[in-house]
Design a protein around this ligand. Structure first.
Ligand code: IPM
Ligand code: MN
Length: 323
């Protein structure tokens, strides 16, 4: 069995860590039929290309996309993020962003809604550049969007320790919070064996640091999930270990797998980047493709290699040696 995978190394340390991820996948015995895509901040600066429709159409026929990081400091904020990464998440309907945090002392996973909320792009300017300027940026929450994400989280909790926490800010966001809470409670009634909890997002920040053991699966909206998963990385071994899966669980197209970290231009090209987050993202990809044996072996090998000092490729060598 071979899989058609689009590889988008991107900017900064992205290509360095993805190369190691591909090497580990091969060493684990899985053959990928890869197609490389040169996109990101550097490509945009070179010829103005962000994400042509023809490439997006190509992607729809792939089995998966493996992405390093996109963005460079020379490009104004938002251009590559909205034009490439978010466009990919929205157009390919990657509605679940699954971010596991697993160390000897942590074992929880955040399910972040990935197509709506404050990321939807609703809003705009009035009287821009005048003293009477107005900017609005709404949070878009559909019943369908919240429900499909919450359903995925309950199904995942069923396969784990059967505990699911909704994180929101229902005491202030009384419209979107209400929609999320009602949806959560309705879906919970279909999963009587899953124990549920609710935390406001500010309190969840304390618990992530002080008492992460209370969490098994956490479900939350797009922006809270963005912030909480950086914190999740910071409290469980650092962002260099944090992996993610941008999933289309309905499998109407490819899902996309990327480390949580960014392009880290300050250390690019110096073989200093930790490839573990990218390698673990590769394992998430294999798992989703049905290669769960190879995926589990990679995860195990990364556990053994965690703490290994060395260059980007030396750390990957240690993972391969432990496969
Ligand atoms: C992430 C990143 C992205 C996000 C940025 C680069 C747009 O921070 O994947 O967490 O905010 O979703
Ligand atoms: Mn983020």
């Amino acid at each position: 069995m071979s899989y058609r995978v689009g590889v988008l190394g991107g900017d900064g340390i992205g290509p360095e860590v993805i190369a190691e991820g591909l090497r580990v996948i091969e060493a684990a015995g899985v053959t990928l039929d890869t197609v490389d895509y040169d996109l990101g901040g550097a490509r945009y600066l070179a010829d103005g290309t962000i994400l042509p429709d023809s490439i997006l159409d190509d992607w729809r026929g792939l089995d998966a996309i493996y992405l390093g990081a996109v963005g460079t400091p020379e490009v104004p904020p938002g251009v590559i993020e909205r034009g490439l990464l978010l466009k990919m998440r929205f157009e390919l309907d990657l509605y679940v962003n699954q971010r596991p945090f697993t160390t000897p002392t942590h074992d929880f996973v955040v399910i972040r809604e990935n197509t709506e909320g404050a990321y939807a792009g609703e809003g705009g300017f009035l009287r821009k550049g005048t003293p009477f300027e107005i900017a609005t940026q709404g949070s878009v929450n559909t019943r369908m969007g919240a429900e499909r994400c919450i359903r995925y989280a309950f199904e995942l909790a069923e396969k784990r320790r059967k505990h699911l926490t909704l994180v929101h800010k229902t005491n202030v966001l009384t419209f979107s919070g209400d929609l999320w809470e009602r949806t959560f409670n309705e879906v919970a009634a279909e999963h009587p064996d899953v124990e549920t909890a609710y935390n406001h997002v500010d309190a969840a920040c304390i618990y992530f640091v002080d008492d992460p053991g209370r969490y098994d699966v956490v479900v939350t909206d797009n922006l809270f999930g963005d912030i909480l998963t950086d914190l999740g990385g910071a409290v469980s071994g650092g962002i260099g270990l944090a992996s993610s899966a941008n999933l289309n669980p309905a499998r109407t197209g490819p899902s996309m797998f990327e480390p949580v970290h960014g392009s880290a231009p300050d250390i690019a090209g110096q073989a200093k980047a930790n490839p573990i987050a990218a390698i673990l993202s590769g394992a998430l990809m294999l798992d989703f493709l049905g290669e769960d044996n190879a995926a589990a072996r990679i995860v195990k090998a990364c556990e053994v290699a965690t703490g290994t000092e060395g260059s980007t490729s030396e750390i990957a060598d240690a993972v391969i040696a432990n496969l």
